[in-house]
Design a binder for this molecule. Structure first.
Ligand SMILES: [Zn+2]
Length: 241
């Protein structure tokens, strides 16, 4: 499996792009600027067969028009793109396209699936979808009053990876830690808040979940050094597992 950290920052962060992680052909989240960043890294959008959205905030979702229209311009629509997300994923995508590109035609995106060769898959808590290579399971996370927010467990053979942005600590988050070998998650600041996990608590998780390797993404502009058991990837970093 090839993991590419397209972006590792949080909204308002000035030093890193919005958080987005590519795992083989599955892209997790697509906030403002993600498509340009993918192009800068010379990865190219045609290798993305699955787009997985955690929730409908701008730093996780807003670059969908750039991806759909860009695929069409670059003649990449021969391959179907599967868009997976929480309840409302189709409606929210159509609203976003209407808001940005409808040009007064309110029916322009009625047939969005055919227009862009896409398919929407809505995943509720504990529901699963299987790609050719991976099993993807959604778990509902806790992000203040924002609902719905999905975290995802990705399984391939004996390897289990999880993606959790954005979330505070909650039972489903701990379930993901229990099950995973690799955890990519929201560590927005140094202190834990009502809506985000903080490094002060995140750095203790390895004691309870020793088989899991922890990565801090969705980071604000803080710098830390010398914390064992946590990786702090930067934009464009890649790893094979
Ligand atoms: Zn965010």
């Amino acid at each position: 499996m090839k993991i590419t950290f397209i972006g590792t920052g949080t909204m308002g962060c000035t030093t890193r792009c919005n958080t987005s992680v590519l795992i083989d052909d599955i892209l997790f989240d697509i906030g403002m600027g993600t498509v340009k960043q993918i192009e800068r890294l010379r990865i190219y959008t045609k290798q993305i067969n699955y787009l997985v959205i955690s929730h409908f905030h701008a730093d996780h979702f807003l670059d969908i028009p750039n991806l759909l229209i860009g695929r069409k311009i670059r003649k990449e629509t021969e391959n179907k793109l599967i868009i997976i997300g929480p309840k409302g994923i189709r409606r929210k995508t159509v609203e976003l396209m209407n808001f940005t590109h409808a040009d007064g035609n309110e029916h322009k995106y009625d047939n969005i699936e055919e227009k862009y060769n896409i398919e929407f898959i809505e995943l509720l808590n504990e529901q699963t979808y299987c790609t050719e290579k991976f099993k993807i399971t959604a778990l509902s996370l806790k992000y203040g009053e924002c609902t719905p927010v999905n975290g995802y467990i990705l399984e391939k053979e004996q390897k289990v990876l999880s993606y959790a942005c954005d979330t505070g600590f909650c039972d489903n988050y701990y379930k993901m830690c229990e099950k995973s070998n690799y955890m990519y998650s929201d560590v927005t600041g140094l202190k834990t808040t009502d809506v985000h996990m903080g490094l002060e608590d995140y750095k203790e998780l390895y004691k309870k979940y020793p088989k899991c390797k922890f990565y801090a993404i969705h980071r604000a502009d803080y710098n830390v050094e010398g914390i064992n058991n946590i990786e702090f990837p930067n934009d464009g970093d890649m790893l094979e597992i």
